[in-house]
Ligand binder design. Structure first.
Ligand SMILES: Nc1ncnc2c1ncn2[C@@H]1O[C@H](COP(=O)(O)OP(=O)(O)OP(=O)(O)O)[C@@H](O)[C@H]1O
Length: 272
């Protein structure tokens, strides 16, 4: 076993809750243009945090800062810090590969490897992360169960993932993310390409996962934010200004007793 290769205990059950992410004074730029202004949000273990707000207010940028994907864009810069259980993900103590393993991402459009088998898709992230599993079959079943997909695919694990429905593909991507044992899952509008039934299945999956993995979800769907999240942050970019968090708190409060009139207008569909 090299320093980069760890044997994962596939039979080991996932821990009780993921990590807490703490964004402190996070600002972001693309070139000269500032798109986020001093965002402070604590995203707690065991909870789902929803990021809401109109298009272009910086939600996806903020999400990508949380697992160091923002820096992949040329000319993208940032200020502030992001702590994972107190450790700075931009500091020297945590390696980039470790940050990306511990903080996984599920994208808007399901992106399995279509020609690869369903089973191999689940374990595809292991190699990329320098990990291997002592018992792949157990790990595959466990992750597919956690992603609420096992019953639908158990009899066709060698079939190509491209043959699954969009909703099944998205749950397969969730299973793939879970295989590397993340503490946090970032989800960028994970249901926007899905029909209502598939959306419900993904929401149920989120509900079941939140005890083990901290989830941060960007959504334009206000009903979805209320259904899946315990806490909510409302982002807004006013004219010619970078995006800011106008209000955050328990989802119930943000939707039913917002303190800021702009939050009330947004959650009640009066703009955005
Ligand atoms: N790669 C990029 N290069 C330059 N500007 C960018 C880039 N990505 C995003 N932006 C700009 O940053 C701002 C925030 O974009 P971002 O995608 O984070 O907003 P958002 O709230 O997630 O929007 P949406 O809800 O439409 O996905 C926007 O003004 C956008 O045009």
């Amino acid at each position: 076993m090299t320093a980069d290769t760890q044997v994962m205990e596939a039979a080991e059950q996932p821990g009780p809750a993921g990590g807490t992410l703490d964004a402190i004074g996070v600002s972001a730029w693309f070139g000269q243009r500032k798109v986020l202004e001093k965002v402070d949000i604590v995203m707690r273990a065991g909870e789902v945090t929803a990021l809401i707000g109109p298009s272009g207010c910086g939600k996806s940028t903020f999400l990508r800062i949380l697992n160091r994907m923002h820096e992949l864009v040329p000319a993208a810069t940032l200020a502030g810090s992001v702590l994972l259980d107190g450790e700075d993900i931009y500091g020297t103590e945590l390696r980039l590969t470790e940050v990306r393993r511990r903080i996984g991402m599920v994208f808007q459009k399901p992106n399995p490897f279509p020609a690869m088998s369903i089973a191999d898709n689940v374990t595809a992230g292991l190699k990329l992360n320098g990990l291997r599993s002592a018992d792949k079959e157990t790990l595959i079943e466990e992750c597919l169960r956690r992603a609420s997909l096992w019953d639908e695919v158990r009899n066709r694990l060698p079939a190509p993932a491209g043959g699954l429905s969009g909703g099944q593909q998205q749950r397969l991507c969730i299973a793939r993310s879970l295989a590397v044992r993340p503490d946090v899952l970032l989800m960028d509008e994970p249901c926007s390409a899905l029909d209502p039934t598939s959306t419900r299945r993904v929401e149920e999956t989120i509900h079941e996962l939140k005890e083990q993995v901290t989830i941060i979800i960007v959504t334009h769907n206000m009903q979805q934010a209320q259904r899946v999240s315990q806490r909510c942050a409302f982002f807004l970019a006013e004219e010619n200004a970078p995006g800011r968090v106008v209000e955050q708190g328990p989802t119930e409060q943000v939707f039913h007793e917002p303190e800021d009139p702009r939050t009330a207008d947004y959650v009640n569909g009066r703009f955005g």
